[in-house]
Ligand binder design. Structure first.
Ligand code: EPZ
Length: 418
């Protein structure tokens, strides 16, 4: 089984080119199903979740061509609305094919999605949105299905600003014959990017990025060419690595406006951050300052995906920091692993109390989810001696060459197999 051998104690220096966003590419690739023609999507990261999405598209009858980070999707001959379990179960984003196939075919049946184990991760808000748009929805043990009945389009109110449910509702509403209003929406940049792509295909959408999105019904879509936005969580992960290890790292081909909250927090820890329109440089201080309380929340609050790497970085801050995770009910799988390195962490429900500035030592670590994997790499790089990290499939789901990129910045990480 493959694992990483990580030797701590090195500072990081150099440049990283920001990849296209995982959580931007996945909904946009699913949205290609709505277009009876060939869409060309640029800046698609070469990660496992994108490969799985392309497999699903092929399985539906699409013709896929990939050249570097550009993918063409010919969805002219879609012949089924069914997404099988062996593919759907590999990631959370497979649920987005429910809304996309409903829009294109008027019916869809998706095996229940997989993805990071961050708690129950129900799909009730997705199904409630589809019902609000006039779909008949059926839930079974292993699958969720929907089909068009009566008038479609309508009003949806989200009790929580779910990212995926908002994306699913947008996808379904674009294919409806009548207008729709979605209220209580999530405001993540990836939702805005999805709506920009759909608008490039001829959809009429206003309000993306706000809590209320209006979608004109009955619009015929045409093929478009589109470039996915940069991956803000990849950028934040590298910045947390630089903050934790010390040194100076520049992110290129990025958009700093996508992660202002996370940058403000890194500045509060004493990091010096300078920005241009498409790059950002972080210079770490000799000693990080702790942060009394960090609370995650829906965008534009501190992203839940930034919580694990930020926690790893703050292990180097001299003093007590606290976290409150409000988005997922169990997103602290990395806490027990960080304690193996000697970290002083106390987890009480949704809160974690961290006393930083304590020397860490190497340990054998197991990643349980995508951002936890990144956090464990960062923490091991700040520990004395060698650590090993298992569960690398989590990393490859969401990061392009994470260990290799860190090595290019000066980290001592080796991929091994036993
Ligand atoms: C998206 O997941 C992202 N994944 C996650 O990123 C991210 O952490 C999350 O949004 C929050 O920002 C993708 O975009 C592929 P939610 P999603 O629906 O859509 C509850 C990563 O690391 N909820 O906003 O699944 C849910 O249980 C991944 O890249 C319901 O109760 O997140 C959670 O507590 C991890 N019912 C909260 O809402 C529903 O029907 C937020 O979930 C849906 C969600």
């Amino acid at each position: 089984m493959a694992f990483l051998s990580i030797c701590g104690g090195t500072r990081l220096h150099g440049e990283v080119v920001n990849s296209g966003a995982k959580n931007g590419a996945l909904p946009i690739l699913s949205a290609c199903v709505l277009v009876e023609g060939t869409c060309l999507i640029h800046n698609c990261p070469d990660i496992a979740d994108v490969r799985t999405t392309l497999q699903i598209l092929s399985c539906l009858g699409c013709r896929i061509q990939r050249q570097g980070t550009s993918v063409s999707v010919d969805a002219h001959a879609i012949h089924t609305g069914k997404v099988p379990g062996d593919l759907a179960g590999q990631m959370r984003a497979s649920i987005l094919f429910l809304g996309a196939l409903y829009a294109r075919l008027g019916q869809a049946s998706i095996a229940r999605p997989g993805g990071c184990s961050l708690g129950a991760r129900p799909v009730d808000l997705h199904l409630q949105a589809l019902r609000g748009l006039g779909a008949a929805v059926e839930e079974e043990e292993a699958t969720v299905s929907c089909c068009r009945e009566g008038t479609d389009g309508g009003f949806v109110h989200f009790s929580y600003p779910s990212v995926g449910a908002t994306e699913n509702a947008v996808l379904a509403a674009v294919g409806c014959r009548h207008d729709s209003i979605l209220h209580g929406c999530a405001k993540e940049p990836e939702i805005v990017d999805l709506c920009c792509f759909l608008s490039a295909c001829g959809a009429e959408i206003t309000g993306a990025g706000s809590e209320t999105i209006y979608i004109r019904g009955g619009r015929k879509l045409h093929p478009a060419e589109y470039t996915v936005l940069p991956d803000r969580m990849e950028a934040v992960s590298y910045l947390c690595a630089a903050a934790g290890c010390g040194g100076e790292v520049t992110i290129r081909n990025t958009d700093p406006s996508l992660y202002q909250t996370e940058c403000s927090i890194l500045s509060l820890t004493g990091c010096e951050i300078s920005k241009t329109e498409d790059s950002l440089t972080l210079m770490a201080p000799e000693q990080l300052r702790p942060i009394p309380l960090l609370v995650t929340g829906p965008y534009p609050h501190l992203s839940t995906d930034a919580q694990p790497p930020l926690m790893a970085a703050l292990l180097r801050a001299d003093g007590v920091s606290r976290f409150c995770e409000t988005v997922f009910e169990s997103r602290y799988s990395h806490v027990g692993q960080l304690q193996l390195l000697g970290a002083d962490l106390a987890c009480i429900g949704r809160y974690v109390r961290l006393r930083g500035g304590i020397p860490l030592h190497g340990a054998q670590l197991q990643a349980e989810d995508l951002r936890a994997a990144a956090a464990l790499v960062i923490a091991a790089m700040t520990a004395e001696g060698e650590s090993t990290l298992y569960g690398l499939h989590h990393l490859s789901r969401g990061y392009v060459n994470f260990p290799e990129t860190l090595c290019a910045l000066g980290a001592k990480i080796e991929l091994k197999d036993q």
